[in-house]
Write a new protein. Structure first.
Length: 253
């Protein structure tokens, strides 16, 4: 009888370890939503921390570029990521049926090109593609770039500096990301964010279909949604929005 008891204890210990295994979550360098640095965590990162801790989950953020993070969640090396919806992504992640937050995509250029009123207006301009930014099909079709399928800038900061130096004319990113980048550059007068909104895009919590930690995504998402509602009701979301200036437009800079 002694051996079965030992096996039972070993199995219980194993299950307990598996239960407490931390969720691995991608944290790309995407201000003001995520950062690599935990001393300045970002809106989405702090909100995720609240949701996870409200449900007793242990977790670890892994600082990875967006493209590599997508590869990791595809293979199950990451458990959770925050992504916009794409049909091809739905092949390797499960999406929550509620958005975590939404962003608006706008153009940024030198002031002489700031009056864009339609995507067609970018056709004569030299468009700068930035790695990790999701562009609309319209932008991809209308952008005047030498290599449409090759990202010509590794970072948005690099792209903005090229536009300031007249080596390129225009690019696009989420509004508050652009505001954050302008702030980091000291609000240069050489750049202007256009008022035209190209697209409103929702971002969702996603779970890798190969995650060994989250075996039932529907249960996980239900917990996240309940805690998200709680965050709205208790003012957590308002507090984070104020902290990261998501309730400010900032286009006057």
């Amino acid at each position: 009888m002694r051996l079965p008891i030992i096996l039972f204890c070993a199995l219980s210990a194993f299950l307990n370890i598996a239960h407490t295994k931390p969720l691995l979550i991608n944290s790309p360098d995407w201000r003001p939503y995520f950062t690599y640095d935990d001393t300045a965590t970002g809106y989405a990162k702090e909100l995720l921390k609240y949701l996870l801790e409200d449900n007793g989950y242990t977790y670890r953020f892994v600082p990875l570029p967006i493209k590599r993070g997508n590869q990791y969640i595809k293979t199950g090396k990451l458990d959770v990521s925050v992504l916009s919806y794409r049909p091809e992504r739905a092949q390797f992640v499960n999406y929550a049926d509620f958005p975590l937050f939404t962003v608006s995509l706008r153009f940024i250029s030198r002031p002489e090109h700031a009056n864009i009123s339609h995507v067609d207006d970018i056709s004569p301009l030299r468009f700068e593609f930035v790695r990790g930014v999701s562009y609309t099909q319209e932008i991809r079709e209308k952008a005047n770039a030498l290599e449409r399928d090759v990202y010509t800038s590794v970072t948005l900061e690099h792209a903005l500096k090229k536009i300031m130096a007249n080596r390129s004319d225009i690019t696009a990113a989420s509004t508050h990301t652009l505001i954050s980048e302008l702030k980091a550059l000291g609000y240069p007068k050489a750049l202007s964010i256009g008022a035209y909104v190209v697209q409103e895009k929702a971002y969702y919590i996603t779970v890798s279909k190969r995650s060994e930690v989250i075996t039932d995504p529907s249960v996980f998402f239900n917990k996240m949604q309940t805690s998200l509602n709680k965050a709205r009701q208790t003012g957590v979301i308002d507090q984070l929005s104020t902290e990261y200036q998501l309730n400010l437009d900032g286009l006057s800079h």
